[in-house]
Design a binder for this molecule. Structure first.
Ligand SMILES: Nc1nc2c(ncn2[C@@H]2O[C@H](COP(=O)(O)OP(=O)(O)OP(=O)(O)O)[C@@H](O)[C@H]2O)c(=O)[nH]1
Ligand SMILES: [Mg+2]
Length: 229
């Protein structure tokens, strides 16, 4: 006969992490650092976009990147030519969690950063469920993934302030309709901002960077992130 034991967990084990993340968000806003959590499936172009964004923002804002991966420091090495960057490796976990981000920020020791990007692990599912202490969440959708993904992976889009359609240089070659992807994503989150970019060659960065700068203005005024106005 099988014995079934029921164990009741009466403590929310994530509550402490959520409180610490909220405190980090407050502290970063007070010191004028916008924190941006960047989500996407593997290879959608997060590191490429952040390198191009750091270059584009060069004269407008000091930026830094904490970059998450399961293994290797390859992305931090790629980013180092563009901005102060520190690799966070999870050793297996498919998403970043706040304690690792906090350790990374302490170790980065980059002064007077105005925008801190956190490149999450390539995964469109798990990262959507973890608060990293960010003010603003961005989801990338590359044209090679198919325009049906917002409806299939809704949480990443519902919890994001903006969607960046990446690799738009490939639109002539792939069956991807940006208007269909945007409409699907806005059914999930009506106020989602949408940007179309590419990094080979670099295109579409001005509206995206204007959006980021507007988000920083918002947190300086003590407002939550949202649309550009
Ligand atoms: N054609 C084209 N290729 C791109 C673009 N952006 C990135 N790539 C290529 O796509 C591949 C993945 O780009 P990454 O920037 O490494 O993507 P990622 O999302 O950071 O990948 P992970 O960190 O491994 O999840 C690389 O071979 C890039 O050169 C783009 O705008 N157009
Ligand atoms: Mg990357």
């Amino acid at each position: 006969m099988t014995t079934v034991r029921v164990i009741t967990v009466e403590r929310d084990v994530q509550a402490q992490a959520r409180e610490s993340a909220a405190e980090f968000r407050r502290k970063m806003a007070e010191q004028g650092t916008l924190v941006v959590n960047v989500l996407s499936s593997p290879g959608a172009g997060k590191t490429s976009l952040l390198a191009a964004t750091a270059d584009h923002l060069h004269a407008r804002a000091r930026v830094a990147v904490l970059v998450g991966d399961i293994a290797t420091d390859r992305d931090a090495q790629r980013l180092a030519a563009h901005a102060p960057a520190l690799q966070l490796t999870t050793g297996g976990a498919c998403h970043l969690e706040f304690p690792l981000v906090e350790q990374g920020w302490d170790a980065l020791k980059a002064p007077e950063i105005e925008i801190l990007f956190i490149e999450n692990i390539g995964n469109l599912v798990c990262p959507a469920s973890f608060d990293l202490g960010e003010h603003c969440r961005i989801v990338l959708l590359s044209t090679t993934e198919g325009d049906d993904k917002p409806a299939k992976y809704p949480k990443a889009f519902r919890t994001s302030h903006a969607m960046v359609v990446s690799k738009c240089d490939l639109l002539p070659y792939v069956p991807f309709e940006p208007t269909r992807a945007a409409a699907d994503a806005r059914r999930i989150r009506p106020d989602l901002e949408v940007f179309e970019t590419s990094t080979r060659p670099v295109a579409g960065l001005e509206p995206w960077c204007d959006f980021l700068m507007a988000q920083r203005e918002r947190i300086l005024r003590g407002e939550p992130c949202g649309q550009r106005r």
